[in-house]
Design a protein around this ligand. Structure first.
Ligand SMILES: [Zn+2]
Length: 173
């Protein structure tokens, strides 16, 4: 998901843009990563490049670790990340120091949020996803269900017994 920041980079430090993100596709083929995202991003021109403050909703299809059912869950990814110039600024010639950990602005003055989104998603999604916090899981679910059946049968029997009792007492009077 590329954002053109050419104009903002030519403005003075402190200049801002607000971006609305609607049904944007984020793709990283090398990770087989593909997501549709919604949200917003504030871009702030800083000395080293652009500071992105993003709030992104991401909806995932997950499998419950207990009952194995598939379910959808939406997570809010919220992050502030610096995107640093990787080529000298053509006007000011500035080129800040950066290392391989930094997110970079490419030579076409695009910044790409995809990798940041992928990384923040990994920290947001639980390692053991559950369909509901009360999920009792597969085995217990079956036991619970048969226990319910049993209860129903007992309820029917005790209802019958009560009915018979009443009929009997009717007979006596
Ligand atoms: Zn479950």
């Amino acid at each position: 998901m590329q954002i053109n920041v050419a104009t903002l980079l030519q403005e003075k430090v402190g200049s801002r843009r607000k971006l609305t993100i609607e049904n944007e596709l984020v793709q990283l083929p090398e990770f087989k990563y593909s997501r549709e995202i919604n949200g917003s991003a504030n871009l702030l021109r800083i000395k080293r490049g652009i500071l992105v403050s993003a709030k992104i909703d991401i909806t995932l299809e997950l499998q419950c670790a207990r009952c194995l059912c598939d379910f959808e869950s939406t997570y809010l990814l919220q992050f502030d990340e610096e995107f640093v110039l990787s080529e000298p600024h053509p006007i000011t010639a500035e080129l800040p120091a950066y290392d391989e950990e930094d997110f970079l602005i490419d030579k076409y003055w695009h910044l790409d949020l995809s990798e940041a989104i992928r990384q923040y998603e990994q920290t947001a999604v639980p390692l053991v996803p559950l369909c509901t916090s009360e999920c009792v899981g597969l085995d217990k679910g079956i036991i619970l269900e048969s226990a319910n059946h049993l209860d129903n049968r007992w309820a029917a029997l005790s209802g019958l017994a009560k009915q018979l009792e009443e009929e009997e007492s009717d007979g006596i009077t």
